[in-house]
Ligand binder design. Structure first.
Ligand code: C5P
Length: 318
């Protein structure tokens, strides 16, 4: 069995709408998810033992069973026990470039890469929808990370409908290193403050696209109308996260005032992004934000939207 190296792009939310409660305790969502070029690199290497071992130089990334990449490999062993026993353990080496706990699906992207990589290493021949189905078993964002691009996500976030890929725009990403937002906290708080607005009528929830406020955004994406896309960015979780975290709110304002097409928080934060028409514009905005907030705790990146999810970069058999 050979080693496999993969690229695992992060994602941003161009749209995140909370529609209602689900019987499983999660929320029914409508999202537009978008891959970005900023990506982790994953190396899967047979280790000659029966153990799964995760290595990552980033001190906030767990190297135990809590790591989503570990969970992905353990799930594959459980789903395909004879192949798992036959091929043995794996070293999962994560080269972290995506900020951790940022609302950019870094952990989910690593897990998606492990599923795609093991599918190749064990010659499973699983199709993308089959891998996405496995992915949905342990995280709402993981199915999207498999195929990436631009997609409408409904259900818990795991039901995907790809739309015209959007890869011509750039973005500035901004995140305070020391601020973390708990995703369960954000959703729980949203439920307690805005629960009365939920659509709890099962027939309505059965067709979430009927409630897609984002329809104009989908149209703007299909038309590649950058100015409209920027204006129509939306994230319901901003309503609970921004009042609780004034520094994220202030960062969002600073990014927005610096220009670009539009600014929004991604996922449950704390990352904020500004969409830009060009790399030059993104770099100018990055410099302006840095000048306004010289705090070394603030991290900034310039990257581009991208039209793919997990990519295999080396697999000697192919
Ligand atoms: O599925 P994932 O582990 O990424 O979700 C993290 C947390 O976010 C869940 O434990 C839940 O509290 C919240 N969540 C939710 N509804 C969703 C997705 C996530 O309430 N559709």
């Amino acid at each position: 069995m050979h080693s496999v190296s993969l690229i695992a792009p992060g994602k941003i939310n161009l749209d995140l709408e909370i529609i209602g409660d689900r019987p499983d305790g999660y929320h029914s969502l409508i999202m537009i998810l978008q891959s970005i070029k900023l990506a982790d690199k994953i190396l899967l290497h047979p280790n000659g033992t029966d153990l799964l071992r995760v290595t990552c130089h980033h001190r906030e990334v767990p190297s135990n069973q809590d790591n989503l990449a570990y969970k992905a490999a353990a799930l594959m062993q459980k789903e395909f026990p004879s192949l798992g026993a036959n091929y043995g353990g794996l070293d999962i080496i994560i080269e972290k470039h995506l900020p951790v706990a940022a609302g950019l699906a870094g952990g989910s992207a690593d897990a998606a890469a492990v599923l795609v990589g093991i599918n190749l290493m064990w010659d499973l021949g699983l199709t993308q929808p089959e891998i996405e189905e496995l992915a949905a078993k342990f995280g709402s964002d993981i199915p999207f990370c498999v195929g990436g691009g631009t997609a409408i996500a409904t259900g818990r976030g795991e039901k995907l409908d790809s739309i015209t890929p959007l890869d011509h725009l750039w973005l500035v990403l901004a995140k305070y290193r020391s601020i973390t937002v708990s995703t369960p906290w954000a959703y729980k708080t949203y439920r307690s403050v805005f629960g009365h607005t939920y659509i709890n009528e099962p027939a309505s929830l059965a067709s979430p696209t009927a409630h897609i406020h984002s329809r104009p955004l989908v149209k703007a994406i299909q038309q590649k109308n950058a100015a409209e896309i920027g204006k129509l960015l939306h994230n319901d979780l901003e309503k609970v996260v921004l009042p609780e975290f004034p520094k994220i709110n202030q960062l969002r304002e600073t990014c927005q005032n610096a220009g670009g097409l539009g600014t929004m928080m991604s996922g449950s934060g704390p990352s904020v992004f500004t969409l830009c028409a060009s790399e030059t514009e993104a770099e100018a905005i990055q410099q302006q934000v840095r000048a306004k907030i010289p705090d070394p705790d603030l991290e900034l990146w310039v990257t581009q939207l991208c039209s793919h999810g997990i990519q295999v970069i080396s697999h000697p058999k192919h």
